[in-house]
Design a protein around this ligand. Structure first.
Ligand code: HSE
Length: 344
């Protein structure tokens, strides 16, 4: 089956997806009978491209790596992103623009537009999913298309669809995990003897933390992921501001040493659980025994433990960020949509 795909946002994640689709083209066809053409790439900064017969991804990716811009390519278009989404009418739109926790924009408008014209949407963009999942799902339903968002919590490490699909029928009693790689890296470095500022600089050098690391170290990134899990797994309607939140900025080397003496490690834990008739979500530094699975996760790695009725505790450990890792999340959602059609 041949799919017309468009990518919105050609930064790390968009390029990661394009790279995987390009590299695995033959394998995807052989293994899943999945064929595609990439009809558009929308990115006002790097340059938007359109070709109804399909872009040559190999050469697009090479040009991007070489020049950092697509503006001199023959397929270049100066159409705005919303106009391009509407004109291209792709079967699947992969939305991979930078997340905005406050407004969800511009991703939210891109998703509304794509779903309303009948394109399936796959995304790793947390803002729109945290702010407007219900609305987006209702537009998707009205237009008989899918909205899938595997990448919003652990990038390509299975989380959302593992619970919704592989564990369907299970009741999730609680979720607790390390959902931010930057802070886990910093805390791991502090255990090696670094001060907080030194560990932060190291995280920035390696590209884990942003130049402005507030969203990671103050716990906002973990809080938005906790809110998404609360809403998706527990049917709550929690906003990021409704998550009780404390980051790692006040953790000292001495706190880490004290925890160590008790056989524990400090981890930034996102927790979601049922409480009475409601749902409680929090993010805070917690001293966890080193023998506990979450206590053993070091560096930029993420891990989440689900307490369930049918399976007891299930823990998933893996990368929670990265170009190829998040591209993989988008690919898995694209292939899930493809499976719905080939299994009909
Ligand atoms: N800043 C995030 C992290 C990236 O460090 O985990 C993925 O959301």
């Amino acid at each position: 089956m041949l799919w017309k795909i468009g990518i919105v946002g050609f930064g790390n994640v968009g390029q990661g997806l394009a790279h995987i689709l390009n590299r695995k083209k033959e394998i995807l066809k052989r293994r899943y009978d999945f064929e595609y053409i990439m009809t558009f790439i929308a990115d006002p900064v790097r340059g938007s491209l359109y070709n109804e017969n399909g872009l040559d991804l190999d050469s697009v990716l090479k040009e991007m790596a070489l020049k950092g811009s697509l503006k001199n390519r023959p397929e270049f278009t100066d159409k705005g992103t919303l106009e391009l989404i509407e004109m291209a009418k792709a079967d699947i739109v992969a939305e991979a623009t930078i997340t905005n926790f406050e407004t969800g924009e511009p991703g939210l408008s891109h998703m509304r537009k794509a779903l309303s014209i009948g394109s399936h949407v796959v995304t790793s963009n947390k803002g729109p999913i945290a702010l407007a999942l219900e609305e987006l799902e209702s537009i998707a339903k009205e237009n008989r298309v899918c909205l899938r968002y595997e990448g919003v919590v652990l990038s390509g490490t299975p989380c959302i669809n593992m619970v919704l699909e592989c564990m369907s029928g299970c009741d999730i009693k609680s979720v607790a995990g390390i959902v931010n790689g930057t802070t886990n890296f910093i805390l791991s470095k502090m255990e090696e003897g670094y001060d907080y500022p030194e560990a932060l600089v190291e995280a920035q050098k390696l590209g884990y933390a942003e130049t402005d690391p507030t969203s990671d170290v103050e716990g906002w990134d973990s809080a938005i992921k906790a809110a998404i899990m609360a809403n998706v797994f527990f049917g709550a309607k929690i906003k990021v501001t409704g998550v009780v939140r404390q980051g790692i900025t006040k953790i000292t080397k001495e706190d880490i040493v004290e925890a160590n003496k008790e056989g524990k490690r400090i981890k930034l834990i996102a927790e979601v659980r049922k409480e009475g008739n409601g749902v409680y979500a929090s993010v805070s530094p917690v001293a966890i025994p080193k023998s506990h699975v979450l206590g053993s996760v070091m560096g930029p790695i993420n891990a989440v433990t689900f307490a369930t009725d049918h399976l007891g505790e299930v823990t998933i450990i893996g990368p929670g960020a990265g170009r190829i890792e998040t591209g993989q999340a988008l690919l898995s959602d694209i292939l899930a949509i493809h499976r719905c059609y080939v299994c009909k």
